[in-house]
Write a protein that binds this ligand. Structure first.
Ligand code: NAD
Ligand code: MLT
Length: 311
């Protein structure tokens, strides 16, 4: 009897394949290439993706045998979940697999921005020894504004507290009491914007959050504010941020995610005060192993007709 087919559409950890075991035929495809992806979907039972593969209505339509879409990570914005549900296809993710890694990268961006690490690195390697040019700012007693106080936002809050930062947040879906338990003061978005020295976003990309940190927001912030986005491209409007940096309404930024990915171009690349990384939030050995093993387990259960528990 032929084995169920599992299509791996992005690079996943070796532990993923190990955790799938010997019961499946495993195939690989470059999920970012539509012309490769669509025909490859024809007879597969499961597809494993990260964020570069668009599992949209067209892809689901091409996958007549598909039973499960497994997202080795958190964000499901590249999967059309309602279309999958209509087609009877289960969608699973690994919601806690990479949250520590994403929180740690957020702190890395906050520190890099505070201490001009990107610009100092570039300058020294270009043969300059400048010290006063890269005078930075301490985190101590500064205000960190977290927009989206979920799993990653909470981990960032705890880590910022270790630097003796004051942490405030805007999240319309959690209570002040829950925030207070984390040592965080819940405020309105406008208050977070006007009071923060650093603003970091940690919410999903939805019609409500796209562009939330845009032109209007940049008119309400301190001119020295640093904006950090390790969530999803588009939540912070890149063009509006570039304009705000150019006319001095924003002091700097740390950006891991972009409106279009992959990309090697952005108006933000022109600024020394912006540090960019190519969507590295989950790119640690630990996170990749946890994500791969979690979704492999879900695929095994789903394809053997067993209940898939919440991860
Ligand atoms: P989560 O679901 O645990 O938390 C999201 C929080 O955002 C929730 O508390 C929710 O109430 C809040 N929220 C929703 N809409 C909001 C709005 N309009 N305004 C303010 N808050 C709002 O998610 P998480 O695991 O913390 O992930 C956060 C983001 O980080 C997601 O976009 C995820 O895709 C992204 N992420 C990126 C990387 C990376 O590699 N850069 C890695 C992991 C996760
Ligand atoms: C996620 O949502 O999990 C991250 O963006 C990381 C990834 O895509 O692997």
């Amino acid at each position: 009897m032929s084995k169920p087919v599992v299509l791996i559409a992005e690079e996943l950890s070796p532990a993923t394949i190990e955790a799938l075991g010997p019961d499946f035929e495993i195939r690989h495809v470059d999920g970012a290439s539509r012309s490769d992806l669509l025909p490859a979907l024809a007879d597969v039972d499961a597809i494993l993706v990260r964020s570069a593969t668009q599992v949209d209505a067209e892809a689901l339509e091409a996958a007549k045998n598909l039973k499960i879409v497994a997202r080795a990570g958190v964000g499901l914005d590249n999967v059309d979940v309602p279309a999958a549900t209509r087609a009877g296809v289960m969608v699973v993710n690994a919601p806690t697999s990479n949250i520590i890694s994403a929180a740690e990268l957020t702190l890395a961006h906050i520190l890099a921005s505070a201490r001009n690490i990107g610009a100092g690195n570039t300058s020294l390697k270009a043969g300059e020894w400048k010290r006063s040019k890269f005078t930075g700012t301490e985190l101590y007693e500064k205000t960190l504004g977290i927009v989206g106080l979920g799993r990653i936002g909470a981990l960032v809050a705890a880590r910022a507290a270790a630097f003796d930062m004051k942490v405030v947040a805007y999240d319309p879906y959690i209570s002040s009491a829950r925030a207070a338990q984390m040592g965080v003061q819940l405020l309105s978005l406008d208050e977070v914007l006007s009071e923060s020295d650093f603003i970091t976003v940690h919410m999903p990309k939805t019609p409500e959050t796209i562009g939330l940190i845009g032109e209007e927001a940049f008119n309400k912030v301190k001119p020295t504010v640093r904006i950090i986005n390790v969530a999803r491209g588009g939540i912070v409007d890149e063009v509006a941020l570039a304009n705000a940096l150019a006319d001095g309404r924003v002091g700097g930024a740390g950006i891991d995610v972009f409106e279009t990915e992959p990309t090697t171009e952005s108006p933000l690349f022109d600024f020394d005060s912006v540090v960019v990384t190519p969507h590295l939030g989950a790119s640690t050995e630990e996170a990749q192993e946890k994500a791969g093993v979690a979704v492999a387990r879900s695929v095994r259960l789903a394809l053997s007709g067993e209940l898939v528990p919440d991860a």
